[in-house]
Design a protein around this ligand. Structure first.
Ligand code: CA
Ligand code: CA
Length: 196
């Protein structure tokens, strides 16, 4: 018997929200020459206002569970299979939300439900999730909601990556065959007043 395949594909939004503050460049140069001194001192000031860029990229954008029996679960917390992995590629901290374009088990168990869930996942050498984030498996929604999987992901190179774990449970009434859903991750500027 050919067993079903469960496969995820991912779409990611490369966020194009670029906020540009009025860029100001000013240079002040003063020079004083004193007739009585052999040397003068001068100071100059340069000012620039760097624009804000909100951007996330997917480092792993495909999660394939292979075969799962009905009434059985599998998740990515053991890295089998590997979870989604995202990096903050901009220069502002971001919150990350996600939605699915369709239910994984469309006919038998329309999302959101416990059969298709996501949670924040640690990247040990990068950013670790808060306890609240890690412990919260959320039913993946089909429409944009306030579901937050990662809060305040830094853009600093040493801590700018995070994983999104996926948990799948196959309902007992589901038909055999491959199932897939596409997720959209959105990075939202969380810099506060820096980039209004
Ligand atoms: Ca697993
Ligand atoms: Ca990094």
């Amino acid at each position: 018997m050919k067993l079903p395949n469960f496969e995820f594909n991912i779409n990611y939004e490369l966020l194009a929200v670029v906020l540009v503050s009025a860029v100001t460049f000013a240079s002040i140069f003063n020079a004083v020459i004193l007739n009585t001194s052999p040397a003068g001192f001068a100071t100059g000031t340069v000012y620039v206002n760097v624009s804000c860029t909100t951007s996330i990229i997917m480092l792993n954008n495909n999660v394939s569970f292979g075969t799962i029996d009905r009434d059985t679960s599998n998740d990515t917390t053991d890295n089998i299979p590997l979870p989604f992995r995202i990096r903050n590629d901009g220069n502002v901290a971001v919150n990350i939300t996600l939605t699915a374009n369709s239910s994984l088990f469309s006919n038998e168990a329309p999302s959101p439900n416990i059969y298709f869930q996501a949670a924040c996942g640690n990247v040990t050498e990068e950013r670790n999730c808060s306890t609240a984030e890690t412990n919260a498996w959320s039913n993946i929604p089909l429409t944009p909601t306030t579901i937050l999987k990662v809060v305040n992901l830094s853009f600093t190179n040493t801590v700018d990556e995070i994983e999104i774990d996926i948990n799948v449970t196959v309902p007992n009434n589901v038909s055999a065959g491959g199932k897939s859903a596409t997720l959209t991750f959105t990075g939202i500027d969380n810099s506060g007043t820096i980039c209004p």
